[in-house]
Design a protein around this ligand. Sequence first.
Ligand code: HEM
Length: 139
Amino acid sequence: MPGSQRDSMNNANVMLNETFGWISITSGFVTGTFLGLRFHDDNWLGGYASFKRRMLRLGHISLFGLGAINLLFVLSLPRMSGPPLRFELARWGFLVGGVAMPMCCALTAWRMKLRTLFVVPVASLLTAGLMTLFGVLGL
Ligand code: HEM
C-alpha cells in the first residue's frame, strides 16, 4: 500500500480508537459513580455476590479495560504490517467489542437469558486481538 494512503488510514484509526478509548474510560468513571450511590448496601440487587451486581461490576470494569485496549491498539498501529483488511478487522473489532461488552453486561444483568449476546464482543475482540498480533509479528 502506498505510504500516504497508509498514513491517512492510520490517522483515521488513531482518531476513532483513541477518542473511543477515552470515552469508554470516562464512561467507566460515570458508571462507577452510579454504583457508588448504592455500594454500601449489602443487599442491593441481591447482595455483593449476586449475578446482577457482578454483571454490573463487570460492565464497569470492562469500560476501563476495553478503553485502555483501544488506546494500546493505537500505540501498536505504527508497527503493524499486512493487508488493509487486517487493519480494518482490528480497528472495528476493538470498537465493536468495546461497545458490545459493557452493553452485554448490562443486558445480562437485566435478563440472564440475554447472555448469549456475549458472542458478539467475544468474537470481535478475539478477531481484533489476532489481527493485531499478526500485524505486529508481520505474519
Ligand atoms: C470515578 C472512579 C470510580 C468509581 C466512582 C468507582 C466505583 C466503584 C464501585 C462503587 C464499585 C463496587 C460496586 C459494587 O458494590 O457492586 C467498584 C468496583 C470495582 N471497580 Fe470501580 N470505580 C472507579 C474507578 C475504577 C477504576 C479506574 C478501575 C480500574 C481500572 C476500577 C475497577 C473496579 C473493579 C475491579 C471493581 C470490582 C472490585 C471487586 O469486586 O473486588 N474502578 N467501583
